[in-house]
Design a protein around this ligand. Structure first.
Ligand code: SF4
Length: 429
């Protein structure tokens, strides 16, 4: 007998996760961010406050994910290619489950924690991608994406899973392995402040022994003046202590760095101090996320009050040049965010020369060339991230689209600037 549809329920997933975990199976072990004060961060400023989830709730979510996976397997979705759209088939099945739940008098759809009235309209785009509560279609699509790329990775959110008790994580990982034996890698986000001040080396080793493989740390900067300006709640010394302690416990560590975060005035110190911090802590990966000032964040308030002057694109590229020139350790620099203007990435030190050549090519353009380059790059990033253009972006850039590509000959500099702004405010960090 097949799975009864009304038994299937959605589970909570992590909308915010590293790009390398885009197709991972995800489970929320905590909700949101207990710090939630970084001035640039738009992520958890709405919706439920920080909470730790009960082990029973998490195990129930794993059970729900397993039931969805089994049901899709029963319907051969994501298992063999039907030459059609597997996601459309998963959507149909999710809709059938919702109908069955309704008919059985059960709530299968999940309940939104926020309504559109709670959300600043300028952040509506961002929130259309952010699911803070279980959603049936989303849960089916989530499991399907994970299944069709091989079902090997799992991410636990939200913002800092290092605050968990290692035994809690062990129970969760054991349960995931039992339910989904194909999973081979487990990763989390962590705060260096937690690793430095709240966790012993033995705790971090216990995380590794429990099965955790990698921690993604949002360092943003190695410059104390910048960390204090954006209220990161941690010093560069604590960044180093937390990071090194985690590495020494045998966990792989990624470092997120945010070019532009020092604004105009701290641009050079931001880049130089960050290069020094990276050299000291030797991350496995350094991931660049260029600053975007999101509406309704404390940083936007500072910018409006004239307390923060945004670095221009050329200045941001010079910061990246400093990083590439001055990071003096063996690491991999990644540009895996749509917020970055240039696709500068590679191994250090081996690829330093090529990366610098790419940077110099941009810096060598005249002012008009830089604007055209920027709009082309932003269009292509947006297309890459969302698979199409929105109506407002199309209004700005549509007139320049030709069959053979983009032709900006009839665009004024202001036209190009408007196009860049309209796209940048929709690029996710
Ligand atoms: S710690 Fe991370 S999630 Fe929390 S406010 Fe800062 S950037 Fe946002």
């Amino acid at each position: 007998m097949g799975i009864e549809l009304q038994r299937v329920k959605p589970f909570e997933i992590c909308s915010i996760r590293p790009p390398t975990e885009n197709s991972s199976l995800t489970f929320r072990l905590t909700r949101n961010c207990y710090w939630n004060r970084c001035a640039f961060c738009p992520v958890y400023k709405y919706g439920a406050r920080f909470s730790r989830r009960d082990i029973g709730e998490v195990l129930e979510d794993i059970r729900r994910a397993k039931l969805i996976d089994d049901l899709m397997f029963e319907h051969s979705i994501g298992v063999v290619s039907h030459g059609g759209d597997e996601f459309a088939r998963a959507d149909e099945l999710a809709a059938a489950v919702e109908r069955a739940c309704r008919e059985a008098g059960e709530d299968g759809a999940g309940r939104p924690e926020m309504t559109s009235a709670d959300i600043d309209p300028r952040l509506a785009w961002f929130h259309s991608w952010f699911k803070d509560s279980p959603d049936m279609t989303h849960a089916f699509r989530h499991v399907l994406s994970w299944r069709i790329v091989g079902g090997r990775t799992c991410f636990f959110g939200d913002a800092d899973s290092l605050i968990l008790n290692p035994d809690f994580l062990r129970r969760v990982i054991d349960h995931v392995k039992l339910s989904f034996p194909s999973v081979q890698r487990f990763t989390v986000y962590g705060r260096t402040a937690t690793a430095a001040g709240k966790r012993s080396t033995a705790d971090l080793e216990a995380f590794r022994e429990a099965g955790l493989d990698r921690v993604h740390f949002g360092l943003e900067s190695g410059c104390d003046a910048v960390l204090s300006l954006v209220n990161k709640g941690v010093s560069s010394q604590e960044h180093a202590e937390g990071f090194l302690k985690t590495r020494e416990a045998g966990l792989s560590c990624s470092a997120y760095v945010m070019p532009g975060l020092g604004g105009k005035s701290l641009s050079e110190e931001h880049a130089a101090d960050t290069a020094r911090l990276i050299t000291r802590i030797i991350p496995d990966f350094v991931r660049l996320r260029t600053l975007e000032i999101f509406p309704n964040t404390p940083l936007e308030e500072k910018a409006k009050a004239g307390e923060f002057i945004e670095a221009d694109e050329e200045q941001v590229v010079r910061e990246i040049r400093t990083l590439v020139e001055e990071i003096d350790c063996r690491t991999v620099l990644m540009s895996d965010s749509a917020t970055n203007l240039l696709d500068v990435q590679g191994r250090l030190p081996e690829d330093r020369k090529n990366m610098l050549a790419e940077i110099e090519r941009y810096l060598g353009l005249d002012a008009r060339g830089k604007l055209e380059f920027s709009l082309r790059s932003r269009i292509s990033s947006f297309y890459g991230q969302y698979g199409g253009l929105t109506a407002d972006i199309y209004r700005e850039v549509g007139p320049y689209l030709r069959q053979e590509g983009l032709d900006f000959t009839r665009a004024s500099d202001d036209d190009l600037r408007r196009g860049i702004v309209v796209i940048r405010e929709k690029l996710m960090p």
